[in-house]
Design a protein around this ligand. Structure first.
Ligand SMILES: NC(=O)c1ccc[n+]([C@@H]2O[C@H](COP(=O)([O-])OP(=O)(O)OC[C@H]3O[C@@H](n4cnc5c(N)ncnc54)[C@H](OP(=O)(O)O)[C@@H]3O)[C@@H](O)[C@H]2O)c1
Length: 331
């Protein structure tokens, strides 16, 4: 594998002026075992493991981190800031993305809760602030006005959305444009087993709006590692919700096996892993339009995944993966 530890490429987050490594660290797992919205989803993750994960990400060249209010009601944000401090990272050395949780809330909550986010991040600035879901009681325009006010008061640097449809993305883009701001990103699910943004208008609209896509679940929560194809009994260890939501079942293992076999064959040629090939495809196929945040529950996951930053597939390999996975364009 061609390795370049000095510098990896930097991709722009829309027209925000922020550039990042094409792979960032997702920290939903840091909420594991904790109460509150979404903390129940992952098993308990000890503080020490989270600290080791953050250190591994930094050591591997990753320069940005994705967290959210709803990941354990701020636990992920707190654990991220504590871990960055222990690694000696100063404010501004890395890029931080966090998200406002809109369910059963209006746009006024954006202003009312921002200081909680900043307290949880304990001295680290919010470079990019996202509306996590299109579920607010307020209009998109009112939410974007509230987000703009945060930029104007210096509480956040730029604004984006997550899980927004093409129509809602356009509304957000127009509302921000009226106030002189770009829509930096739409953070949505995208991976080789779910390519629906290529056909449902999300990718096209993001490009029209000059926004970057941040792909979440780039490994389909582990399905794209090949580990479950190698030994399907490993699926029994996963929580029921994860098995149901992500289709960890025998049928899907068989349906996806041709893709995993292709990735494995290509990985062997590069002395790489299946995960690295899946991630390298994802960050290169759309030529700068997509970056990704990948999560892990062990430092070894991050060490493995970050090597994808240095893995270059040939155009033939990229096309072959595209072809074998194109059935997953429709979801
Ligand atoms: N905006 C949104 O609505 C939204 C939604 C979902 C996620 N996100 C963000 O996106 C990030 C990534 O998504 P995700 O965590 O759902 O999915 P993911 O990154 O595709 O998968 C993460 C899981 O895959 C397994 N894994 C990762 N790397 C591995 C490796 N090299 N070898 C073996 N197993 C590996 C681990 O499972 P085990 O822990 O079981 O070993 C890990 O917890 C999240 O952390 C979060 O920041 C955002």
């Amino acid at each position: 594998m061609a390795k370049n530890n000095s510098r990896t490429a930097r991709y722009a987050l829309g027209k925000s002026g922020i550039t990042v490594t094409p792979i960032g660290l997702g920290t939903w797992q840091f909420a594991g075992g904790h109460r509150g919205i979404s903390g129940w989803y992952w098993p308990d993750l000890p503080d020490l493991t989270a600290q080791q994960i953050v250190k591994q990400a930094l050591d591997s060249g990753i320069n940005w981190f994705d967290t959210a209010e709803c990941y354990g009601n701020g636990r992920s944000e707190r654990l991220l800031s504590e871990s960055l401090k222990l690694c000696g990272v100063k404010n501004g050395d890395v890029t931080i993305v966090t998200k406002w949780w809109p369910a059963l809330r209006g746009a006024d909550s954006i202003r009312r809760t921002i200081d909680d986010r900043l307290r949880a991040l304990d001295g680290y600035s919010i470079d990019l602030y996202l509306v996590h879901q299109p579920w607010s009681l307020s209009s998109v325009s009112a939410q974007m006005d509230a987000m703009t006010a945060l930029v104007e008061s210096g509480k956040v640097r730029s604004v984006g959305v997550s899980n927004f449809s093409p129509h809602l993305m356009r509304l957000a883009y127009k509302a921000l444009k009226r106030r002189g701001l770009p829509l930096a990103v739409n953070q949505v699910k995208y991976n080789l087993l779910d390519r629906s943004i290529e056909t449902n208008g999300i990718l096209e609209t993001a490009m029209e709006c000059g926004a970057t896509i941040i792909a979440w679940s780039p490994l389909d929560q582990g399905m794209l590692t090949g580990n479950y194809h190698e030994d399907p009994s490993r699926m029994k260890r996963l929580g029921l919700m994860r098995r149901k939501m992500y289709g960890f079942n025998e049928d899907r293992i068989e349906k996806t096996r041709p893709l995993i076999d292709t990735l494995k064959r290509i990985a062997l040629k590069h002395d790489a892993t299946i995960s690295q090939v899946a991630l390298s495809w994802l960050i290169h196929f759309h030529k700068g339009a997509i970056v990704t945040v990948v999560g892990g529950s062990k430092p070894a996951h991050i060490e493995d995944n970050a090597k994808a930053l240095y893995l270059e597939l040939s155009s033939g390999e990229m096309a072959e993966i595209d072809q074998v996975s194109c059935q997953f364009r429709q979801h």
